[in-house]
Ligand binder design. Structure first.
Ligand SMILES: Nc1ncnc2c1ncn2[C@@H]1O[C@H](COP(=O)(O)OP(=O)(O)O)[C@@H](O)[C@H]1O
Ligand SMILES: [Mg+2]
Length: 360
């Protein structure tokens, strides 16, 4: 089976690493000359709107999937004429736009921060008056790793902020005084079978994920599964969907969904029976899903900007390095390490060892 992937970054690369043993081949559509997934499959180097290359991709593959959600709607519509596309155009339409996303949460009865659609500075002033400060202004589309958003703490922060974010449609959200951030990686098969990985605790720095720790019997697992299940059903979703939540007042508030494999699920490569990458491929290919159970304790640390010395990373017991083969760039995710062990105390020690390498 040949899988077409829109986007050729590290998520595409890890999809191919998981699918190759299943006998799958891959083609990646990505305009970047240095797309890091190209090492694992065919690279169609073209813009996402290039219909000749989209047609070529559709002719070559059995189905198409995505590794990022900001794919233009026209690209999905065009491809869908010729080849099955998972997840669906509708799932992408909702997940790529924070207004549609939060409106869906609200419609489904899933708690989410107070929010308002912002089309002008006047909208922003009115929304700040009703939602209050602190609040977070985010562009409706194209934001990632904390880009395209600004925390508003005082009235002075509100002045001219709509223009600062580019005078594009935005969403104002009430600031959530969360006690923690967790994510739920879910997978739904073509026949509707749904499975969930254990909740993951996430730590961000400057909007970028730094550390994910898979949890054991989290009190909020059932609630998170209930909320995510509603979304999966609503979207008749096929593939992996990541759900980010704020933990607040002993409950959950939905932050966002990602219609794809997710950074907070990278630990599943070594830390779960079947990884999020393999399960995404199983789902879109119409294969039975694999077990989402975790094997022992595990955590993932991101390498941002650069990867520490390889010999030092792999010298740590049961530390698994994933080097994406990308060039150095400030703030860019260039690799990660998964730590595995049998108890939390040892896991904490290992996390500190890797953190020391990152700091050094
Ligand atoms: N409403 C909010 N209240 C408090 N913190 C927030 C809020 N929205 C976002 N953040 C913080 O910023 C991070 C990135 O925001 P998010 O909406 O998830 O955007 P991205 O698409 O960049 O991941 C979150 O993980 C969280 O730490
Ligand atoms: Mg996020």
């Amino acid at each position: 089976m040949k899988i077409g992937v829109i986007g050729g970054g590290q998520l595409g690369r890890m999809l191919a690493l998981a699918g190759t043993p299943l006998g799958m081949n891959f083609a990646f559509l990505d305009p970047a000359p240095d797309a890091c997934a190209a090492a694992l499959g065919e690279h169609l180097r073209a813009d996402y709107g290039d219909q000749d290359h989209l047609r070529q991709l559709a002719d070559e593959v059995d189905l198409v999937t995505f590794e990022f959600e900001s794919v233009p709607a026209e690209t999905v519509a065009f491809l869908s004429q010729f080849v099955p596309v998972y997840p669906s155009a509708e799932a992408l339409r909702i997940a790529r736009d924070r207004w549609f996303e939060k409106s869906m949460f609200k419609d489904l009865g899933i708690p989410t921060p107070a929010f308002a659609d912002i089309q002008s500075q006047a909208d922003l002033d009115a929304a700040v008056a009703s939602i209050g400060l602190p609040a977070v202004l985010k562009t409706r589309t194209l934001g990632y790793d904390g880009k395209g958003q600004k925390v508003l703490r005082t009235q002075a922060d509100v002045v001219d902020t709509f223009a600062e974010l580019g005078s594009v449609p935005c969403l104002l959200e009430g600031f959530v005084p969360f006690t923690g951030e967790v994510s739920l990686i879910a997978v739904r098969a073509r026949d509707g079978e749904t499975r969930f990985y254990p909740l993951v605790h996430n730590t961000h720095d400057s909007g970028i994920l730094r550390l994910s720790v898979a949890s054991e019997d989290h009190m909020l697992q059932g609630l998170a599964e209930d909320y995510a299940g509603r979304v999966l059903k609503q979207l008749d979703y096929v593939g992996v969907l990541a759900f980010e939540f704020f933990e607040v007042d002993g409950g959950l508030k939905a932050n966002e969904i990602a219609p794809r494999v997710h950074n907070s699920g990278h630990w599943t490569i070594e830390g779960a029976e079947c990884s999020q990458f393999e399960n995404h491929l199983r789902a879109v290919a119409g294969l039975p899903l694999g077990s989402t159970a975790k094997v022992g304790e595990s955590a993932m640390l991101n390498f941002i900007g650069e990867v520490p010395a390889v010999d030092q990373v792999v010298a740590i017991d049961d530390c698994h390095l994933h080097h994406y083969g990308k060039a150095f760039k400030v703030g860019r995710k260039v690799g990660h390490a998964t730590l595995r062990c049998d108890d939390m105390a040892t896991l904490e020690q290992k996390i500190q060892q890797v953190e020391a390498l990152i700091a050094g």
